[in-house]
Design a protein around this ligand. Structure first.
Ligand SMILES: NC(=O)c1ccc[n+]([C@@H]2O[C@H](COP(=O)([O-])OP(=O)(O)OC[C@H]3O[C@@H](n4cnc5c(N)ncnc54)[C@H](O)[C@@H]3O)[C@@H](O)[C@H]2O)c1
Length: 595
């Protein structure tokens, strides 16, 4: 065999080996996560059957967070509050862990995500059941908001995360043509995430996945209204960290109230706050003291515009899911429907028919379409908003049925359809966060845009029309962070897209390239591109500067930025002249005297 044949044969063996490696699935460790505490709650509850009365009874002290199932009001136990000094200690530990993790390669980070994906896929039912117990949602709502969203996020990070975080080369322009310019994305350090209760699993996994993939540590403050599930979900993450050899202190979950959240804001390198506008303002105030950067993902009042040429058979079902998913407790839920007057009655009739058939109740005990309202007293607030609207001229055209009798004393609100609403009503101004479908008529596209923009929020939006051109034209005029054309909420399932709002819906973006890079120190780096070519200070500009230094600089600027070739040429001629001038290089000043 001659040397060339040898090289070719070796090349072929190597290529086949790589192909086999590529075809064989990478072994992914299976996790052994202890779920005995969350699983045993049900049998314990059946024995004790203890109901929880908010503000009283076991575990309602300030140093414990009482937990209960909002669909049955059965007591689940209590979780200790993380005190501010403990928060600072936890952040310190996370900081040490991050120093190690920050040096990890993308292969290890991807393996961590694959391990988590495998566990999630194999334990969908358990994860959803635990979430349903803690937040009162149905298993179906949990598969959408907890599992589907999390799997999509992992899938995006696996496919595109490394590309997004790799150094990005930028143009230099004529002036710096001898340079190479790039942006590097380095981990910020410790990310603090303060999250609400509406999706207990996803709200922990969402910031955690992005933070650890970008090389950060993360400390997540969960809501006092969904703390019970958090330690089980944390155990999944801890088991995954261990399986891939990552530091145990990389991810923490803390529990408690405002004081705990405040302590986190002032200890970390960046805060992702997901919650109400009122608390978002407080978080920003605290962050201002330490100049901690914040991303605020706040409330919404998303409009849905339905034009007369829309496919009604599609829109109807979309509209109901957009309002009833998780009993309407979604930041980007449909809160205002603007329907063209020519199809208004038909739209209302079909929506009303569906909503009348909807059953509301404890989702783990009875077959229901809609689960509980998580926050105590919120069902009463929803009823009060409906009453206020009716007193001001609105009409209730349909309500769902509560089927909870005999199955618990949970917090339920029947899905409600209202027409004849207007913007003077509280229900069209405030974030509802419940299963209420408000429908208003519009005549022209301009009117629809005006109505949709008449809100203090600006998170998501939807436009339905048979004409894509028309729908896009309307969507482009909406002042908000996200728009779905002929669909609802799909932006969040395209994890390549940034998620976030304007006005009282907050600022900064989560998800997508923007969200991932927002967890990084964005470092601009400039270096020589051509070997042996360096920047040197031209003679006239060296200290002590020449008398004609200004003329030199002025000619240079004209040469570089002149608006025509003749102007550039003129600049060049003057530049050469100024260089050859006798007054170059501060010769008159060389004795150091001022003349
Ligand atoms: N835009 C989004 O991505 C998004 C997603 C989900 C929910 N939300 C919004 O969340 C709200 C519902 O959730 P919620 O009722 O749990 O919100 P919330 O604002 O009452 O609480 C959110 C979190 O902030 C903590 N907190 C309270 N006071 C604090 C303080 N002073 N400093 C620091 N942290 C503090 C809470 O303990 C909780 O963990 C709705 O307005 C909804 O629109 C927004």
């Amino acid at each position: 065999m001659d040397p060339w044949q040898m090289i070719l044969a070796l090349g072929a063996v190597f290529a086949i080996w790589r192909l086999i490696l590529w075809l064989l699935p990478e072994p992914i460790p299976a996790l052994n996560v202890d779920a005995s505490d969350v699983l045993s709650v049900e049998s314990k509850q059946n024995e004790e059957n203890s109901s929880f009365v908010p503000g009283s009874g076991s575990g309602s002290q300030a140093d414990r967070v009482p937990c209960y199932d909002p669909a049955t009001m059965k007591y689940l136990g209590s979780i200790p509050v993380t005190e501010p000094n403990e928060v600072r200690e936890i952040v310190k530990r996370a900081r040490e862990a991050q120093k190690v993790w920050g040096r990890s390669g993308f292969n290890q980070r991807r393996l961590l995500l694959r391990v988590l994906l495998k566990y999630t896929l194999e334990h969908q039912e358990l994860i959803c059941r635990v979430s349903a117990k803690d937040s009162g949602k149905t298993m179906l709502d949990a598969t959408f908001g907890e599992i589907l969203t999390t799997c999509e996020k992992i899938s995006y990070l696996l496919k595109e995360g490394e590309r997004v975080l790799r150094p990005q080369y930028r143009s230099t322009g004529m002036l710096m043509i001898h340079k190479s310019a790039r942006v590097e994305y380095h981990p910020l350090g410790v990310i603090g995430a303060i999250v609400p209760w509406n999706y207990p699993f996803h709200n922990i996994f969402n910031p955690m996945l992005a933070a650890v993939f970008s090389g950060n540590a993360v400390v997540i403050k969960v809501s006092e209204h969904a703390s019970w599930s958090s330690f089980f979900y944390l155990r999944i993450i801890q088991a995954a960290l261990k399986a891939v050899g990552a530091p145990a202190d990389l991810v923490h979950v803390i529990t408690g109230y405002a004081e705990t959240g405040s302590a986190l804001v002032s200890s970390v390198d960046k805060v992702i706050f997901v919650g109400s506008t009122t608390v978002g303002r407080k978080v920003m105030e605290t962050a201002a003291k330490t100049l901690t950067p914040v991303t605020l993902e706040l409330g919404g009042k998303d409009p849905v515009i339905v034009c007369e040429d829309a496919d009604l058979s599609q829109v109807i079902h979309m509209a109901v899911r957009a309002t009833l998913q998780s009993a309407g407790q979604n930041c980007a839920g449909a809160e205002r429907f603007y329907v063209h007057e020519s199809i208004h009655d038909q739209f209302v009739k079909e929506i009303a028919k569906i909503v009348k058939s909807v059953r509301v109740g404890p989702p783990l005990e009875k077959h229901c379409d809609v689960g509980a309202i998580c926050m105590p007293d919120h069902a009463e607030k929803l009823e009060m908003l409906v009453t206020d609207a009716v007193q001001n001229g609105a009409e209730v055209v349909a309500r769902g049925t509560i089927v909870s009798a005999g199955f618990g004393t949970g917090q339920f609100f029947p899905p409600t359809v209202l027409i004849n609403v207007n913007h003077s009503m509280r229900l069209m101004q405030e974030e509802i966060f419940g299963p209420i479908l408000n429908i208003m008529k519009f005549k022209t596209d301009e009117e629809a845009v005006k109505l949709a923009n008449d809100s203090s929020f600006g998170l998501g939006s939807s436009v339905f029309s048979g004409s894509k051109k028309r729908a896009n034209a309307i969507a482009s005029k909406l002042y908000c962070g996200m728009a779905s054309i002929n669909d609802f909420g799909t932006n969040y399932l395209c994890q390549s897209l940034p998620f976030g709002g304007v006005k009282e819906s907050g600022f900064g973006r989560f998800a997508g390239e923007e969200g991932l890079r927002a967890l990084c120190v964005v470092k601009a780096v400039c270096e020589d591109r051509i070997p042996f070519v360096k920047t040197s200070v031209p003679k006239p500009l060296q200290y002590p500067v020449a008398d004609n230094a200004f003329q030199f600089q002025e000619s240079l600027i004209r040469m570089l930025y002149g608006l025509s070739w003749t102007a550039k040429l003129n600049g060049l001629v003057d530049l050469v002249k100024s260089m050859s001038s006798k007054k170059v290089a501060g010769q008159e000043h060389s004795n150091g005297k001022v003349e």
